[in-house]
Design a protein around this ligand. Sequence first.
Ligand code: DAH
Length: 335
Amino acid sequence: MEKELEELKISLKKELEKGKKEADILNIKSLYVGKKSRISELLTKLKDMSNEDKRKYGSLINNTKKELEELVNEALEKISSVSNVSFDDTVDYDVEVGSLHPITIVAKEVTDILKRMGFTVVQGFEMESEYYNFEALNVPKDHPARDMQDTYYLDNGMLLRTQTSGDQIHSMEKFGAPLRICSPGRTFRNEDLDANHENTFFQIEGMVIDKGISIENLVYVMKEILSEIFHQDVDVRLRPGFFPFTEPSYELDCSCLICGGKGCPTCKHSGWLELAPGGMVHPNVLKAGGIDPEVYNGFAFGIGLTRLAMMKYKINDIRVLNSGDLRYLSNFKIN
Ligand code: DAH
């Protein structure tokens, strides 16, 4: 008898450990201490026992029943403290699942690729000072390059940043050399809107500072990014370019994936799209970031994330991206 009662306790404990929901525990309760349970059966048998056995087993069986009940109650308390919410899984909820914005998707893809190459992802400020947006990037007050990047000047003396390039300076100041950063974010320009221009768009900046960096390192990184994003060989071409913060500078164009290079409004009928300008970081920029250009050099690039999303998803009008129109924007999936 003692052995059987001991075994009942052990087997109840095991069952309770397996129980996940309140309903499981209640089932176990009815099996072990309910009317038809073994312990109740033993209690009813007591009356047919000899007086000696009644004395011997009566309190033992009763005490065991109490112990079994306590074990069940403890398990119930534990479960209700974990979940106070009861969940009815028979109800058929019609939940609409959200989706990521196409620009968020490509930003995530590019940063994932760069992270694998050892880049740290940083985040800059949409409201920026003239110093970080222009001056520290070797674009002094009267430089003609400012004309091409007209923006919104704020009453507090700040501006809405025209490029993520200011994050090069913030990062050099913060981390010093050597350095590998990328910085995705929103940028602004005073633009007239058309299928190809928006006043609000997204870029990702990349910068590597180390000893003995060459333009080949940059071309390698760009090719890695583009081939992974497009899952296909993309034609690219390098053209000499001009940016005050890189020397030499170049423009990396990719063949227009919307028209296959034949020419369309998105590529201004040229068959090519400017996608990722870059170059070797200008010594003045390194100095502005507190880095000695005699010791270190580096490359930098900026990718138009908005343009990249348009290419990847064959979106032929930039305006839909800021439209908030879910009929259109919810059609894109992460790879
Ligand atoms: N900030 C430039 C723009 O918005 C793009 C760019 C060019 C970024 C050259 C760079 C670079 O880092 O090296 O037009």
